[in-house]
Design a protein. Structure first.
Length: 318
């Protein structure tokens, strides 16, 4: 997701100038790199090698982006070599300001984004290495068992109703109204499971939030990239997305046991995360919608989105 600045020749020259000023890197070529969900992403090639540049211009997400960088560096310092490597600036900073955005440079990882049933085994093994490095004080948010995600979604919906009625806004409102019964059902279920989960404390770990969607394979190696949403949270935050399948839950639990992590997936927490993330994504679609038309994305989300199978699973949990 990008801001409205035109990526013309003048912009690219300013970007090259910024890279030289910040890192002493004379970029020969900068090309789009389709990686991650937030911000604009570029592959930077120079005589010194290739790099990955990520620029986050969304004000509501920039703090999370900045916080994630120190976690990546902490993991690298403790022997994790599959999360990306941050290049520090000449002033030894983890990032720099570019226009109204936050920019950070990483070593380039030559690979493809791959997610299959077979990649779950290495993904879960790699996540266990992260879990074992969990420690307090890393300056990142902690998860809460609440229905705030649903409340945020309904606030965004109300704001859309008050906005000028463009074609894009009318299209988005039409979809939301047609599926109001679905969102109301999920909101009630989210509140129910949030209350149940608060009654039973869970261990919190360093969690990615979308490890499978950022699993890269290249040159015979596996990576989990894009740690923008790193958070202290229960294991279900990483497991829910494929936890609707019996085999995946067994694999996750078996991998925890094999790695000496004394924990197991809890059905109630899996259900909580299914409903929580349902609203998390909807809320983000609506938050970005004024900058980029998300009406078709919202329609597809309700009509044939991957999230629906996760909601059906959560609906089976009493």
């Amino acid at each position: 997701m990008q801001n409205a600045i035109v990526r013309d020749g003048a912009y690219m020259r300013r970007l090259k100038d910024a890279l030289y000023a910040q890192y002493g890197i004379a970029a020969l070529e900068i090309t789009p790199a389709s990686r991650g969900y937030y911000g604009e992403t570029w592959k930077v090639c120079a005589d010194s090698g290739c790099y990955f540049l990520k620029i986050d211009a969304l004000p509501f997400h920039q703090t999370r982006y900045r916080q994630s960088l120190s976690v990546i560096e902490y993991l690298c310092e403790n022997g994790i070599d599959f999360v990306g490597t941050i290049i520090r600036t000449r002033q030894n900073a983890l990032c720099f300001d570019f226009d109204a955005a936050v920019a950070a440079l990483f070593a380039w990882v030559d690979g493809e984004n791959v997610e299959t049933d077979e990649t779950k085994t290495p993904e879960y093994q790699m996540l266990c290495k992260i879990y074992r490095l969990t420690k307090p004080g890393l300056g990142i948010p902690s998860a809460a068992f609440s229905d705030d995600a649903a409340a945020h979604f309904y606030e965004q919906w109300d704001a859309l109703k008050r906005a000028s009625q463009t074609d894009a806004n009318r299209a988005a409102l039409d979809v939301l109204e047609r599926y109001k019964a679905k969102t109301d059902h999920c909101a009630a279920r989210l509140a129910h499971f949030a209350a149940r989960c608060r009654q039973h404390p869970a261990a919190f770990y360093l969690t990615h939030g979308d490890a499978g969607g950022n699993f890269f394979v290249g040159n015979g190696r596996n990576y989990i990239l894009d740690w923008d949403e790193v958070m202290y949270a229960p294991l279900e935050r990483d497991a829910w997305v494929i936890g609707c399948y019996d085999w995946a839950r067994r694999l996750f639990n078996d991998t925890l046991q094999a790695n000496g992590i004394d924990d197991r997936l809890c059905p109630e927490r899996l259900a909580f995360y299914c409903y929580h993330m349902f609203f998390f994504y909807l809320g983000e679609f609506l938050q970005v919608h004024p900058m980029q038309d998300k009406s078709q994305r919202i329609r597809a989300y309700f009509e044939d989105g991957w999230i629906l199978s996760r909601i059906r699973f959560a609906d089976t949990i009493a």
